[in-house]
Design a protein around this ligand. Structure first.
Ligand code: UD1
Ligand code: UDP
Length: 371
C-alpha cells in the first residue's frame, strides 16, 4: 500500500494540510502517517483541535524566541528518526515555512519522493517574504511533484525549467478549508465579537506578523491604523495578535488603550474566518488571508512591498499598498469614504480554486505512487 507521510509545523500549514488529511483518511488504499514538527505550539494545537487531527509523531521542536537555525536543525534531526521508522513512499509538505524546507530536505537525504503543495509561488525577491521565498525555491529544487494552486504558479515553475509532467494545477487547499468553517449565522464564543455592531459600524480586521515587517514597517502599519480609527468614529479595529512577542510589543505600544481597537489573542480558525466574513475591510501581511479574503468578497489591503499572490490583485479584491504610513492611511480613507471604490473591491472572486484541491492532490498522489 502507498504510504504518504505529511509533515507540517505552523498554523497555516495545519489549516491548508487539514483538507488533504481528510481526503487521505477516506482512502483505504493509502496509508497516511502524520508528523508535526510543532514549530508552532499553541497556534498549531488550535488547528489540530478544530479539525480533529491526531498526529502519529509530534517532534515538539517549539521554543520561545527560536531562531531559524534552531527550527531547521531540530526539525531535520527529528524527521530523520521518523523517516527511518516509517520509510514512507512520499513525503508531503505544504507552503514555504522552515518546517517545509526541513521536511523536504530530510526526505531528500533519505531518497524519499517529495510532494510540494502550494508550489510555484514567487515574489521575485529572496528577502521578501523572508525567509519564505528562499524556502519555497529550495523546496522546489528537490521536490518530485509540484502541486501548483494556479496557472501562474505553474508558469513560474516552467520559467525555471521544471518539467511540465511534474506540475499539477490543483487550486489552493485553503479554499477547501474555508468551506468547512464559514457559516451564515455564526455565534462566537467570545462576547466581544458577538457584541460588535457589524451592521452599523465598519469593522477592520488586521493581522501582521512577517519577519521583514518587524520594526519600522510594522510601526508604520499600526500607526496608520490607529490614526484611521481615531479619525473615523464609525470604525472598529480587531487585531488577533500573533504570539510572536516582538509583534505583540509593537501592537500594544501603538494600538493599546483605545476603546475602538480590540487587541485579542489568536483566534481559532473557525471564529477567525467567520469574523473575516463579517468584517468590512481586511488589512494584512499574511499569505493565507490574501487567498481567503477574495473568496469572501472582502477588500484586502496587503501591507507588504511584494506579493507572491498577484491573482487577488488582478481580480481587483486585493491591493498591494506597501508599508509607508501615508499609502496605508490614504487607501483606507478611500475605502471608508468612497462607496464606489469599496464596491469595486468587495466582490467575491476565486482565483485560488474551487474548494476541491485536496481531493485532486490525493488522486494524483495515488496515481503517481502506484506507477
Ligand atoms: C512562521 C513561518 C512563516 C508563517 C508563520 C505563520 C518560518 C521561518 N516562518 O513565522 O512563514 O507565515 O509562521 O504564522 O517558518 N510563537 C508562540 N507560540 C506559537 C507560535 C509562535 O509563542 O504557537 C512565538 C514564539 O515566540 C516564536 C515566535 O512566535 O519564537 C515566532 O515563531 P516562528 O515559527 O519562529 O515564526 P513565525 O513568525 O510564526
Ligand atoms: N488565522 C487564524 N487565526 C488568527 C489569524 C489567522 O486561524 O487569529 C488563519 C487565517 O485564516 C489563515 C492562516 O491563519 O488561514 C494564516 O496564517 P498566518 O497569517 O499565521 O500565516 P501566513 O498565511 O502568512 O503564512
Amino acid at each position: 500500500m502507498l504510504k504518504v507521510m505529511t509533515v507540517f509545523g505552523t498554523r497555516p500549514e495545519g489549516i491548508k494540510m487539514a483538507p488533504i488529511l481528510k481526503a487521505l483518511e477516506k482512502r483505504s488504499n493509502i496509508e497516511s502517517v502524520i508528523c508535526i514538527t510543532a514549530q508552532h505550539r499553541e497556534m498549531l494545537d488550535q488547528v489540530l483541535r478544530l479539525f480533529n487531527i491526531k498526529p502519529d509523531y509530534d517532534l515538539n521542536i517549539f521554543k520561545p524566541g527560536q531562531t531559524l537555525t534552531e527550527i531547521t536543525t531540530r526539525a531535520l534531526e527529528g524527521l530523520e528518526e521518523v523517516i527511518n521508522i516509517e520509510k514512507p513512499d512520499i513525503l508531503l509538505v505544504q507552503g514555504d515555512t522552515t518546517t517545509v524546507f526541513a521536511g523536504a530536505l530530510a526526505a531528500f537525504y533519505h531518497k524519499v519522493k517529495i510532494g510540494h503543495v502550494e508550489a510555484g509561488l514567487r515574489s521575485g525577491n529572496l528577502y521578501s517574504p523572508y525567509p519564505e521565498e528562499a524556502n519555497r525555491k529550495l523546496t522546489g529544487v528537490i521536490a518530485d511533484f509540484h502541486f501548483a494552486p494556479t496557472e501562474r504558479n505553474k508558469q513560474n515553475l516552467l520559467n525555471e525549467d521544471y518539467p511540465e509532467e511534474k506540475i499539477f494545477i490543483t487550486g489552493n487547499t485553503v479554499i477547501d478549508a474555508l468551506k468547512y468553517t464559514v457559516k451564515d449565522r455564526y455565534i462566537f464564543d467570545n462576547n466581544l465579537l458577538n457584541e460588535l455592531d457589524y451592521e452599523n459600524k465598519k469593522i477592520i480586521l488586521l493581522t501582521s506578523h512577517r519577519r521583514e515587517n518587524i520594526g519600522k514597517p510594522m510601526e508604520n502599519i499600526f500607526t496608520s491604523l490607529r490614526d484611521i480609527v481615531n479619525n473615523h468614529e464609525e470604525v472598529e479595529l480587531v487585531f488577533p495578535i500573533h504570539l510572536n512577542p516582538k509583534v505583540r510589543e509593537i501592537a500594544h505600544r501603538i494600538l493599546g488603550d483605545n476603546s475602538r481597537i480590540h487587541l485579542i489573542d489568536p483566534l481559532d480558525y473557525e471564529p477567525f474566518t467567520n469574523l473575516m466574513a463579517k468584517s468590512s475591510i481586511v488589512v494584512t501581511d499574511s499569505g493565507g488571508l490574501q487567498e481567503e479574503a477574495p473568496s469572501l468578497g472582502k477588500p484586502v489591503l496587503v501591507v507588504r512591498r511584494e506579493t507572491e499572490r498577484p491573482e487577488g490583485i488582478e481580480a481587483g479584491t486585493a491591493k498591494l499598498v506597501g508599508t509607508d504610513y501615508k499609502d496605508i492611511y490614504d487607501n483606507l480613507e478611500t475605502l471608508l469614504t468612497n462607496k464606489e471604490e469599496y464596491d469595486k473591491m468587495a466582490k467575491a472572486v476565486n482565483p485560488y480554486g474551487d474548494g476541491n484541491a485536496a481531493e485532486k492532490i490525493v488522486e494524483i498522489l495515488f496515481k503517481l505512487g502506484n506507477r
